[in-house]
Design a protein around this ligand. Sequence first.
Ligand SMILES: [Zn+2]
Length: 415
Amino acid sequence: MADLQPIIQIDLLMEELETLAQISEADPPVVTRVVFSGADLRARIHVKELCREAGLSIREDAVGNTFIRWEGLEPSLAPVATGSHIDAIPNAGAYDGVVGVLGGLEAIRSLQRAGYQPRRPIELIVFTSEEPTRFGIGCLGSRMMGGVLTPDHAHTLHDKHGHSLEVLRTEAGFLGDLTSVMLAPGHFHAFVELHIEQGALLEREGLDIGAVTHIAAPASLKVEIEGEGGHAGAMLMPDRHDALCAASELILALEAAAKSTGTLDSVATVGICEVFPGAVNSVPSKVRLETDIRDTDGARRDSVIATMKSAADEISVRRGVQISFQTVNADPPATCNPIIVEAVEKAAATSGLSCRTLVSRAYHDSLFVARFAPVGMIFIPCRGGVSHRPDEYSSPEWIAGGVEVLARTLAFLAG
Ligand SMILES: [Zn+2]
């Protein structure tokens, strides 16, 4: 593929990114595009129009995942796929997800301009609701594609106004049985997602491209600690079973567990702490915590959880409190396919771009596509590592570099 030269029109792509950013529920430069909102539906129409102009065919599944296809010389072969999401959390920016969709389209067009003909079909996927804003669950579309979210569970999902996923997707025109969304292993020959880093590593090191080797995955556990409440003045210290003091010990035990694994890839956070009754002169009787524990290695992450739980056993005996855990989710991390990682590195070298391997600490649709296909991810720098904010920014040079590496990687994988 060394003689292939994708012809990238970066000015056109930057204009298209700008236009899509204006399809928003908020005033520019703020991008707010919650799944199945008017802005999301208008953005979908706009993207599909651009794809039709490039001569691509379009299929949508029952939950609105969109498959945009460049036919291959051998149409019966499993496609090589790329893509990302165009939904955006409230008060977001113009690049998260969108760079992987419009950049994916530009990668295809750059190969078309170069006269390249893929042996395998190349598909651009726009995943429904990567962001958890509306239904409280991230990567809705890819999760269903990977069979991680079952149709039965999907039927129970509602937004905060009580509107069900079932009604909203039907009103948006996505019909058919949700059981048809799941894809079998082998459906894609390979999947490569282009995405802004959402961290500052590449920019800090002055690098153009990150070849992602692992995608970390969160486990989320709710913790309930029940002690004994009482009057803050009258209840003597030796008699206390203070739920918040027990919770404090548990939080520090979790921090220590995540710090003791010997790698920076283990992280643990307690982001929510509710204290009952929550009065200044009342000993806390009950505490609810929510924890987020992530790692690129599933076994190591689970060992951090196990350490927290054994600390909880010890704390509960010593302090005379009850501690219970409820697992909200525990998705396994994904390892990127070494052939795809190498293809990305080679594509960067051929393009004259600097590149390093890194891990994705945020999760992406690729995490769930990994359930049924070999995956890889291409990261490009974003200014200051800033994301999910209106001032999110990636330069035309960075984006053009990412698109070129994606185009070369797709061409290599599609034969
Ligand atoms: Zn994203």
